[in-house]
Ligand binder design. Structure first.
Ligand code: GN1
Ligand code: MG
Length: 370
């Protein structure tokens, strides 16, 4: 048995998951946790599960994430049952004999969820229909949680999408320059300084009470949606680690940042990086179609600004991680975070130029002028 199989066996045992492990594959989508697709032979049947080790550098209190997930998945399950929809549209976690949805031991902090049958993830697609379907899935998720009591949720990463404090933290690290890398990024810092006033508008709108928090997903990359392998329709959203009070524009904006870009998040050739307006429109149609009736005017008016803001926030986060020694995001090569930051900066600049065009599309879909 190879090392991964031995490790997976130990984790399965902690959850009393019996059966022979037939296969264990690394899933390399996310930047934070370690994920494995594991297939076991159980009672003569092949069953697949997702085993995940939580990154406790990022999630300092992983039990609190699992408490949030328990509450959120239960709420979603009840909603799906009421609507007569398929159980596959929600996520299902396994419990240990101690009744917990995680195990914590010398191997780390682990959880196991059932693999959603016939599902696939998509990292990049030029097909607007994929974006429209993803928009519907995140919109439905938002709607299902609209009556969920946000005070029950722990803030698993404080100030997660507080762009203002992310920017302040970056300037603090620029001053400290712990890895002596600041001199390499003077151009990027100059642009961040110029673009910051636009990126901190959300903080100001919240301060003035014009926007309020809802329960949001907060990590709406298209690869956090499971699609039906046969029909291509989105089945469910995954990666519920950052479900917390947040702004609708964060969820909308992060999905656009990742899914409507013409290039990957870490494309080094910046001439390839821009916002694809067809995919923007498709996602907006899917998302707004699901949430339209519950959004305020100010929420609708700031959806497009959310795309720019989330993209600039990622510039700041990737650059901050680069300046402080690449401790947060997994990297595939030295300088990877800098490449990501530069790519996201090119995208943010393009989004700012297209902000009016994005707003016109949102206004058209929402059915009123602003
Ligand atoms: C991380 O783990 P993953 O790849 O779904 C990050 C998000 C970033 C994203 C950038 C907890 O998400 O906030 O937007 O990378 N998650 C956390 O790709 O920090
Ligand atoms: Mg993820």
């Amino acid at each position: 048995m190879n090392d991964i199989l031995i490790l997976m066996r130990r984790i399965a045992d902690a959850f009393s998951l019996e059966g022979e492990i037939l296969e264990a594959k690394v899933i390399s989508n996310g930047h934070i946790n370690n994920t494995y697709a594991v297939t076991l032979r159980l009672d003569g049947e092949d069953r697949s599960f997702v085993f995940q080790r939580i990154n406790v550098f990022v999630f300092k209190k992983p039990r609190l994430i699992m408490e949030n997930i328990e509450l959120v998945t239960r709420h979603v399950e009840e909603k799906l049952a009421l609507l007569g929809r398929s159980r596959d549209e929600g996520m299902h976690f396994l419990y240990t004999p101690q009744g917990e949805n995680y195990c914590e031991n010398e191997d780390g902090f682990w959880r196991i969820s059932e693999y959603v049958p016939d599902s696939v993830t998509v990292n990049f697609s030029e097909d607007p229909n994929v974006l429209r379907s993803a928009g519907r899935a995140f919109g439905r998720f938002q709607t299902m949680l609209s009556d969920f009591d946000a005070t029950k949720l722990h803030e698993t990463i404080p100030h997660f999408h507080d762009t203002r404090s992310r920017i302040e933290q970056l300037w603090q690290h620029v001053k400290e320059d712990p890895c002596k890398r600041v001199s390499e990024v003077t151009h990027e810092l100059e642009r961040i300084r110029a673009l910051s006033p636009t990126a901190v508008r959300f903080g100001e709108l919240v301060d003035r009470g014009e926007l309020t928090y809802r329960v949001t997903h907060n990590d709406t990359k298209i690869n956090n949606v499971l699609f039906d392998a046969i029909t291509g329709e989105a089945k469910t959203v995954i990666d519920l680690d950052t479900v917390m009070p947040g702004l609708v524009a964060h969820d909308f904006g992060d999905a656009i940042r990742f899914g409507a870009s013409t290039a990957a998040e870490d494309e080094p050739d910046l001439s390839k990086v821009s916002l694809d307006m067809d995919r923007f429109r498709a996602y907006a149609e899917g998302f707004i179609g699901e949430v339209r009736s519950s959004l305020t005017r100010c929420e609708l008016e700031t959806l497009a600004l959310g795309a720019f803001t989330m993209t600039l926030e990622l510039v700041v986060r990737f650059l901050d991680d680069y300046l402080t020694g690449d401790q947060y995001f997994k990297t595939a090569y030295p300088g990877h975070n800098l490449v990501r930051a530069r790519c996201q900066l090119a995208l943010a600049e393009d989004m700012l130029e297209k902000l009016d065009a994005m707003n016109r599309i949102v206004s058209e879909i929402a059915g009123f002028a602003f």
